[in-house]
Ligand binder design. Structure first.
Ligand SMILES: Nc1ncnc2c1ncn2[C@@H]1O[C@H](COP(=O)(O)OP(=O)(O)OP(=O)(O)O)[C@@H](O)[C@H]1O
Ligand SMILES: [Mg+2]
Length: 360
Protein backbone atom coordinates (compact mmCIF):
# COMPACT_ATOMS: atom_id res chain seq x y z
CA UNK A 1 0.00 0.00 0.00
CA UNK A 2 1.23 3.48 -0.85
CA UNK A 3 1.89 6.13 1.74
CA UNK A 4 -1.18 7.97 2.90
CA UNK A 5 -2.16 10.96 4.99
CA UNK A 6 -5.72 11.42 6.24
CA UNK A 7 -7.10 14.93 6.52
CA UNK A 8 -9.87 15.20 9.08
CA UNK A 9 -12.44 17.79 8.04
CA UNK A 10 -16.01 18.71 8.85
CA UNK A 11 -19.05 19.19 6.63
CA UNK A 12 -20.53 22.62 6.97
CA UNK A 13 -24.09 23.10 5.73
CA UNK A 14 -24.92 21.20 2.54
CA UNK A 15 -21.89 18.92 2.71
CA UNK A 16 -19.59 21.80 1.91
CA UNK A 17 -15.98 21.57 3.14
CA UNK A 18 -14.46 24.70 4.64
CA UNK A 19 -10.94 24.57 3.20
CA UNK A 20 -11.49 22.82 -0.10
CA UNK A 21 -8.96 24.88 -2.01
CA UNK A 22 -6.26 24.21 0.60
CA UNK A 23 -7.11 20.50 0.49
CA UNK A 24 -6.77 20.49 -3.28
CA UNK A 25 -3.28 21.96 -3.00
CA UNK A 26 -2.38 19.40 -0.33
CA UNK A 27 -3.45 16.59 -2.68
CA UNK A 28 -1.50 17.98 -5.64
CA UNK A 29 1.73 18.54 -3.71
CA UNK A 30 1.25 15.23 -1.88
CA UNK A 31 0.96 13.40 -5.20
CA UNK A 32 4.30 14.90 -6.30
CA UNK A 33 5.93 13.87 -3.01
CA UNK A 34 4.56 10.33 -3.18
CA UNK A 35 1.96 10.80 -0.46
CA UNK A 36 -1.72 10.21 -1.09
CA UNK A 37 -3.88 12.75 0.75
CA UNK A 38 -7.33 11.46 1.71
CA UNK A 39 -9.90 13.89 3.06
CA UNK A 40 -12.78 12.68 5.18
CA UNK A 41 -15.13 13.72 7.96
CA UNK A 42 -16.53 11.71 10.90
CA UNK A 43 -19.69 11.30 8.77
CA UNK A 44 -17.68 9.33 6.19
CA UNK A 45 -16.71 6.52 8.55
CA UNK A 46 -18.64 3.31 7.74
CA UNK A 47 -18.80 -0.40 8.58
CA UNK A 48 -18.01 -0.01 12.27
CA UNK A 49 -15.04 2.16 11.61
CA UNK A 50 -13.28 -0.18 9.23
CA UNK A 51 -13.83 1.77 6.02
CA UNK A 52 -14.01 5.44 5.20
CA UNK A 53 -15.42 7.15 2.16
CA UNK A 54 -12.70 9.65 1.34
CA UNK A 55 -12.27 12.48 -1.10
CA UNK A 56 -9.05 13.14 -2.98
CA UNK A 57 -7.97 15.40 -5.80
CA UNK A 58 -6.02 13.82 -8.63
CA UNK A 59 -3.66 16.49 -9.92
CA UNK A 60 -2.80 14.52 -13.05
CA UNK A 61 -6.49 14.07 -13.94
CA UNK A 62 -7.53 17.47 -12.58
CA UNK A 63 -10.54 16.17 -10.75
CA UNK A 64 -11.92 15.22 -7.35
CA UNK A 65 -12.59 11.55 -6.79
CA UNK A 66 -14.36 9.62 -4.05
CA UNK A 67 -12.55 6.57 -2.82
CA UNK A 68 -13.13 3.84 -0.22
CA UNK A 69 -10.17 3.40 2.07
CA UNK A 70 -9.00 1.94 5.35
CA UNK A 71 -7.91 4.44 7.99
CA UNK A 72 -4.67 6.21 7.04
CA UNK A 73 -2.23 5.85 9.96
CA UNK A 74 -1.52 9.59 10.22
CA UNK A 75 -4.19 12.23 10.58
CA UNK A 76 -3.97 15.95 9.90
CA UNK A 77 -6.87 17.43 11.84
CA UNK A 78 -8.14 20.65 10.24
CA UNK A 79 -11.46 20.97 12.06
CA UNK A 80 -12.27 24.32 13.62
CA UNK A 81 -15.13 25.08 15.93
CA UNK A 82 -18.45 25.22 14.06
CA UNK A 83 -21.21 24.83 16.59
CA UNK A 84 -22.07 22.28 19.25
CA UNK A 85 -23.30 19.48 16.94
CA UNK A 86 -20.07 19.37 14.96
CA UNK A 87 -18.05 19.69 18.12
CA UNK A 88 -19.72 16.63 19.66
CA UNK A 89 -19.11 14.58 16.52
CA UNK A 90 -15.46 15.49 16.59
CA UNK A 91 -14.82 14.78 20.25
CA UNK A 92 -16.57 11.45 19.75
CA UNK A 93 -14.28 10.71 16.80
CA UNK A 94 -11.10 11.69 18.63
CA UNK A 95 -12.08 9.58 21.63
CA UNK A 96 -12.97 6.57 19.54
CA UNK A 97 -9.87 6.60 17.33
CA UNK A 98 -7.06 7.23 19.79
CA UNK A 99 -4.70 4.77 18.05
CA UNK A 100 -4.34 7.03 15.04
CA UNK A 101 -1.41 9.40 15.01
CA UNK A 102 -2.58 13.00 14.95
CA UNK A 103 -0.12 15.58 13.66
CA UNK A 104 -2.41 18.45 14.61
CA UNK A 105 -4.78 18.71 17.51
CA UNK A 106 -6.55 21.24 19.67
CA UNK A 107 -4.02 22.51 22.23
CA UNK A 108 -5.44 24.59 25.06
CA UNK A 109 -7.71 27.56 25.54
CA UNK A 110 -6.19 31.02 25.80
CA UNK A 111 -6.11 30.96 29.62
CA UNK A 112 -4.57 27.50 29.96
CA UNK A 113 -2.11 28.41 27.22
CA UNK A 114 -1.06 31.53 29.09
CA UNK A 115 -0.41 29.49 32.21
CA UNK A 116 1.61 26.83 30.40
CA UNK A 117 3.75 29.35 28.56
CA UNK A 118 4.36 31.41 31.72
CA UNK A 119 6.32 28.47 33.12
CA UNK A 120 9.14 29.05 30.64
CA UNK A 121 11.52 31.84 31.73
CA UNK A 122 12.46 32.53 28.11
CA UNK A 123 8.81 32.97 27.09
CA UNK A 124 7.22 34.64 30.13
CA UNK A 125 8.70 38.12 29.42
CA UNK A 126 6.94 38.02 26.04
CA UNK A 127 3.45 37.37 27.42
CA UNK A 128 1.11 40.29 28.08
CA UNK A 129 -0.18 40.30 31.69
CA UNK A 130 -3.33 38.18 31.67
CA UNK A 131 -6.08 37.45 34.22
CA UNK A 132 -9.40 35.69 34.11
CA UNK A 133 -12.41 37.99 34.17
CA UNK A 134 -14.24 37.78 37.49
CA UNK A 135 -15.85 41.07 38.41
CA UNK A 136 -15.73 44.78 37.57
CA UNK A 137 -13.68 45.79 40.61
CA UNK A 138 -10.84 43.46 39.71
CA UNK A 139 -11.02 44.66 36.11
CA UNK A 140 -10.81 48.21 37.47
CA UNK A 141 -7.63 47.33 39.38
CA UNK A 142 -6.12 45.76 36.27
CA UNK A 143 -6.93 48.96 34.38
CA UNK A 144 -5.01 50.96 36.96
CA UNK A 145 -1.91 49.03 35.94
CA UNK A 146 -2.59 48.95 32.21
CA UNK A 147 -3.97 51.92 30.30
CA UNK A 148 -5.37 49.64 27.61
CA UNK A 149 -6.75 46.13 28.07
CA UNK A 150 -8.27 43.54 25.77
CA UNK A 151 -11.14 41.30 26.87
CA UNK A 152 -11.21 38.08 24.85
CA UNK A 153 -13.17 34.83 25.01
CA UNK A 154 -10.91 31.97 26.15
CA UNK A 155 -11.90 29.84 23.17
CA UNK A 156 -12.80 32.49 20.65
CA UNK A 157 -11.47 32.74 17.10
CA UNK A 158 -11.43 35.21 14.27
CA UNK A 159 -11.61 38.27 16.49
CA UNK A 160 -15.18 37.52 17.61
CA UNK A 161 -16.35 39.03 20.90
CA UNK A 162 -13.12 40.98 21.50
CA UNK A 163 -13.35 44.26 23.41
CA UNK A 164 -10.71 46.89 23.93
CA UNK A 165 -10.99 49.15 26.98
CA UNK A 166 -8.92 52.26 27.14
CA UNK A 167 -8.51 54.59 30.10
CA UNK A 168 -9.47 58.12 29.13
CA UNK A 169 -9.21 60.97 31.61
CA UNK A 170 -9.64 59.75 35.18
CA UNK A 171 -10.89 56.34 36.12
CA UNK A 172 -13.65 55.18 35.77
CA UNK A 173 -14.01 56.77 32.35
CA UNK A 174 -13.23 54.16 29.73
CA UNK A 175 -13.41 54.08 25.99
CA UNK A 176 -14.87 50.77 24.85
CA UNK A 177 -14.71 49.42 21.32
CA UNK A 178 -14.38 46.05 19.66
CA UNK A 179 -16.34 43.36 17.88
CA UNK A 180 -19.46 41.54 18.97
CA UNK A 181 -19.70 37.72 18.88
CA UNK A 182 -20.85 37.96 15.25
CA UNK A 183 -17.69 40.01 14.52
CA UNK A 184 -19.63 43.23 13.86
CA UNK A 185 -17.70 46.35 14.84
CA UNK A 186 -18.85 48.00 18.07
CA UNK A 187 -18.10 51.70 17.62
CA UNK A 188 -16.19 53.52 20.35
CA UNK A 189 -18.26 54.70 23.30
CA UNK A 190 -17.56 55.87 26.83
CA UNK A 191 -18.43 53.59 29.70
CA UNK A 192 -17.60 52.98 33.36
CA UNK A 193 -16.13 49.73 34.56
CA UNK A 194 -19.30 49.04 36.61
CA UNK A 195 -21.46 49.24 33.48
CA UNK A 196 -19.56 46.50 31.68
CA UNK A 197 -21.48 43.43 32.94
CA UNK A 198 -24.75 45.04 31.86
CA UNK A 199 -23.46 46.35 28.54
CA UNK A 200 -22.06 42.93 27.71
CA UNK A 201 -24.92 40.97 29.26
CA UNK A 202 -25.24 37.52 27.66
CA UNK A 203 -21.53 37.36 26.76
CA UNK A 204 -20.82 35.04 29.73
CA UNK A 205 -17.87 37.13 30.86
CA UNK A 206 -17.29 35.15 34.05
CA UNK A 207 -17.14 31.74 32.47
CA UNK A 208 -15.53 32.63 29.19
CA UNK A 209 -13.33 35.71 29.31
CA UNK A 210 -9.73 36.60 29.93
CA UNK A 211 -8.43 40.14 30.29
CA UNK A 212 -5.09 41.00 28.75
CA UNK A 213 -2.71 43.93 28.91
CA UNK A 214 -3.14 45.83 25.64
CA UNK A 215 0.02 46.21 23.56
CA UNK A 216 0.12 49.59 21.74
CA UNK A 217 -0.15 48.61 18.08
CA UNK A 218 -1.61 51.68 16.40
CA UNK A 219 0.12 52.83 13.25
CA UNK A 220 0.36 56.54 12.34
CA UNK A 221 -3.00 56.39 10.56
CA UNK A 222 -4.72 54.96 13.66
CA UNK A 223 -5.14 51.41 12.36
CA UNK A 224 -3.88 48.52 14.51
CA UNK A 225 -1.48 45.86 13.30
CA UNK A 226 0.26 42.68 14.38
CA UNK A 227 2.10 39.69 12.87
CA UNK A 228 1.21 36.12 12.06
CA UNK A 229 4.11 33.68 12.23
CA UNK A 230 3.88 30.11 10.98
CA UNK A 231 6.15 27.60 12.73
CA UNK A 232 6.22 24.08 11.27
CA UNK A 233 8.03 20.80 11.46
CA UNK A 234 10.09 20.12 8.36
CA UNK A 235 10.93 16.89 6.51
CA UNK A 236 13.58 16.07 9.13
CA UNK A 237 11.19 16.44 12.03
CA UNK A 238 12.76 19.78 13.09
CA UNK A 239 10.90 23.00 13.92
CA UNK A 240 11.33 25.84 11.43
CA UNK A 241 9.83 29.28 11.05
CA UNK A 242 8.22 29.02 7.63
CA UNK A 243 7.27 32.68 7.46
CA UNK A 244 5.93 35.73 9.20
CA UNK A 245 3.58 38.34 7.77
CA UNK A 246 2.11 41.60 8.99
CA UNK A 247 -1.61 42.27 9.24
CA UNK A 248 -3.23 45.68 9.40
CA UNK A 249 -6.78 45.98 10.69
CA UNK A 250 -9.44 48.00 8.90
CA UNK A 251 -10.34 51.47 10.20
CA UNK A 252 -12.35 51.53 13.44
CA UNK A 253 -11.24 47.98 14.23
CA UNK A 254 -9.26 46.99 17.32
CA UNK A 255 -8.36 43.62 15.76
CA UNK A 256 -6.27 42.86 12.69
CA UNK A 257 -7.69 39.46 11.66
CA UNK A 258 -7.89 39.00 7.90
CA UNK A 259 -11.40 37.58 8.21
CA UNK A 260 -12.40 40.79 9.92
CA UNK A 261 -11.28 42.85 6.93
CA UNK A 262 -7.56 43.09 7.73
CA UNK A 263 -4.89 43.60 5.05
CA UNK A 264 -1.71 41.53 4.81
CA UNK A 265 1.74 43.06 4.27
CA UNK A 266 5.27 41.70 4.36
CA UNK A 267 6.87 41.69 7.82
CA UNK A 268 9.92 43.69 6.64
CA UNK A 269 7.78 46.39 5.02
CA UNK A 270 5.81 46.91 8.19
CA UNK A 271 8.84 46.87 10.48
CA UNK A 272 10.79 49.25 8.25
CA UNK A 273 7.94 51.72 8.39
CA UNK A 274 8.06 51.77 12.17
CA UNK A 275 11.76 51.40 12.93
CA UNK A 276 14.21 53.45 10.94
CA UNK A 277 17.42 51.47 11.41
CA UNK A 278 18.04 48.31 9.45
CA UNK A 279 19.81 46.85 12.45
CA UNK A 280 16.80 47.33 14.73
CA UNK A 281 14.56 45.67 12.16
CA UNK A 282 16.81 42.63 11.92
CA UNK A 283 17.16 42.42 15.71
CA UNK A 284 13.37 42.37 16.08
CA UNK A 285 13.02 39.82 13.34
CA UNK A 286 15.63 37.55 14.97
CA UNK A 287 14.03 37.89 18.36
CA UNK A 288 10.62 37.00 16.94
CA UNK A 289 12.03 33.96 15.11
CA UNK A 290 13.84 32.67 18.18
CA UNK A 291 10.75 33.19 20.30
CA UNK A 292 8.62 31.31 17.77
CA UNK A 293 10.89 28.26 17.91
CA UNK A 294 11.14 28.40 21.71
CA UNK A 295 7.33 28.41 21.95
CA UNK A 296 6.96 25.47 19.56
CA UNK A 297 9.51 23.39 21.48
CA UNK A 298 7.92 24.21 24.83
CA UNK A 299 4.42 23.34 23.59
CA UNK A 300 5.66 20.07 22.22
CA UNK A 301 6.99 19.15 25.65
CA UNK A 302 3.51 19.79 27.05
CA UNK A 303 1.33 18.31 24.34
CA UNK A 304 3.47 15.79 22.47
CA UNK A 305 4.48 16.07 18.81
CA UNK A 306 2.47 18.15 16.36
CA UNK A 307 3.24 19.67 12.98
CA UNK A 308 2.52 23.39 13.13
CA UNK A 309 1.24 26.44 14.96
CA UNK A 310 0.28 29.97 13.97
CA UNK A 311 1.56 32.57 16.41
CA UNK A 312 -0.01 36.01 16.68
CA UNK A 313 2.87 38.29 17.57
CA UNK A 314 3.00 41.98 18.40
CA UNK A 315 5.93 44.38 18.37
CA UNK A 316 5.54 47.40 20.62
CA UNK A 317 6.96 50.88 19.84
CA UNK A 318 10.19 50.02 21.65
CA UNK A 319 10.65 46.90 19.55
CA UNK A 320 9.79 44.36 22.23
CA UNK A 321 8.12 41.22 20.87
CA UNK A 322 4.92 39.95 22.50
CA UNK A 323 2.93 36.77 21.97
CA UNK A 324 -0.80 37.49 21.70
CA UNK A 325 -2.05 34.03 20.89
CA UNK A 326 -1.25 30.52 19.65
CA UNK A 327 -3.39 28.97 16.91
CA UNK A 328 -3.13 25.17 16.61
CA UNK A 329 -4.85 25.04 13.20
CA UNK A 330 -3.44 28.00 11.37
CA UNK A 331 -4.44 29.15 7.93
CA UNK A 332 -1.60 30.05 5.55
CA UNK A 333 -3.46 32.34 3.17
CA UNK A 334 -1.62 35.38 4.53
CA UNK A 335 1.52 34.38 2.59
CA UNK A 336 -0.44 34.04 -0.60
CA UNK A 337 -1.95 37.48 -0.05
CA UNK A 338 1.45 39.16 0.29
CA UNK A 339 2.76 37.37 -2.77
CA UNK A 340 5.36 35.24 -0.95
CA UNK A 341 4.71 32.30 -3.26
CA UNK A 342 7.65 30.22 -2.08
CA UNK A 343 6.71 30.63 1.60
CA UNK A 344 3.12 29.76 0.74
CA UNK A 345 4.16 26.63 -1.13
CA UNK A 346 6.42 25.56 1.70
CA UNK A 347 3.63 26.23 4.21
CA UNK A 348 1.54 23.65 2.37
CA UNK A 349 4.25 21.08 1.70
CA UNK A 350 5.83 20.99 5.16
CA UNK A 351 3.07 19.06 6.94
CA UNK A 352 3.25 16.54 4.08
CA UNK A 353 7.02 16.24 4.33
CA UNK A 354 6.74 15.83 8.09
CA UNK A 355 4.14 13.07 7.63
CA UNK A 356 6.47 11.31 5.20
CA UNK A 357 9.29 11.60 7.71
CA UNK A 358 7.06 10.00 10.36
CA UNK A 359 6.07 7.17 8.02
CA UNK A 360 9.71 6.47 7.24
N1 LIG B 1 -3.26 42.09 24.21
C1 LIG B 1 -3.50 42.64 23.02
N2 LIG B 1 -2.97 43.85 22.69
C2 LIG B 1 -3.20 44.39 21.47
N3 LIG B 1 -3.95 43.83 20.51
C3 LIG B 1 -4.52 42.64 20.77
C4 LIG B 1 -4.32 41.98 22.03
N4 LIG B 1 -4.99 40.82 21.99
C5 LIG B 1 -5.57 40.75 20.78
N5 LIG B 1 -5.31 41.84 20.03
C6 LIG B 1 -5.81 42.10 18.65
O1 LIG B 1 -6.95 41.30 18.45
C7 LIG B 1 -6.71 40.30 17.44
C8 LIG B 1 -7.42 39.00 17.79
O2 LIG B 1 -6.96 38.49 19.05
P1 LIG B 1 -6.63 36.94 19.27
O3 LIG B 1 -5.73 36.51 18.17
O4 LIG B 1 -6.16 36.78 20.63
O5 LIG B 1 -8.03 36.17 19.17
P2 LIG B 1 -8.78 35.60 17.87
O6 LIG B 1 -8.35 36.30 16.68
O7 LIG B 1 -10.22 35.66 18.16
O8 LIG B 1 -8.28 34.15 17.67
P3 LIG B 1 -7.79 33.50 16.24
O9 LIG B 1 -6.46 34.09 15.87
O10 LIG B 1 -7.72 32.07 16.61
O11 LIG B 1 -8.78 33.77 15.18
C9 LIG B 1 -5.20 40.19 17.39
O12 LIG B 1 -4.77 39.70 16.14
C10 LIG B 1 -4.78 41.64 17.63
O13 LIG B 1 -4.96 42.41 16.46
MG1 LIG C 1 -5.70 35.57 16.48
Amino acid sequence: MGKQLGVLAMYMNKRHLEELSFFRKLCIIGERLGLEVLIFTPDDVHQNGTMIHTLTYRGTERRWVRKWSKFPPIIYDRCRYHGAVNFRKLSHFRKKYTKLRYISKPLANKWKMHQLLSEHPGIAPHLPATIRYREPRELGDFLKKHAVVYMKPKSGTGGRGIIRLQRVGGIPALLMQGRDPARRIIPARKITVEQIPLRLAGWKLNERYIVQQGIPLELKDGRVHDFRMLVQKDGDGEWQVTGCAGRIGPRQSVTSNLHGGGTAVAMETLLKKRFSSEQKVSEIRNEAYELGLRIALHLEKKFGPFCEAGLDLAVDPKGHVWLLEVNPKPSREVFNRIGEKETYRRAISRPLEYALWLIR
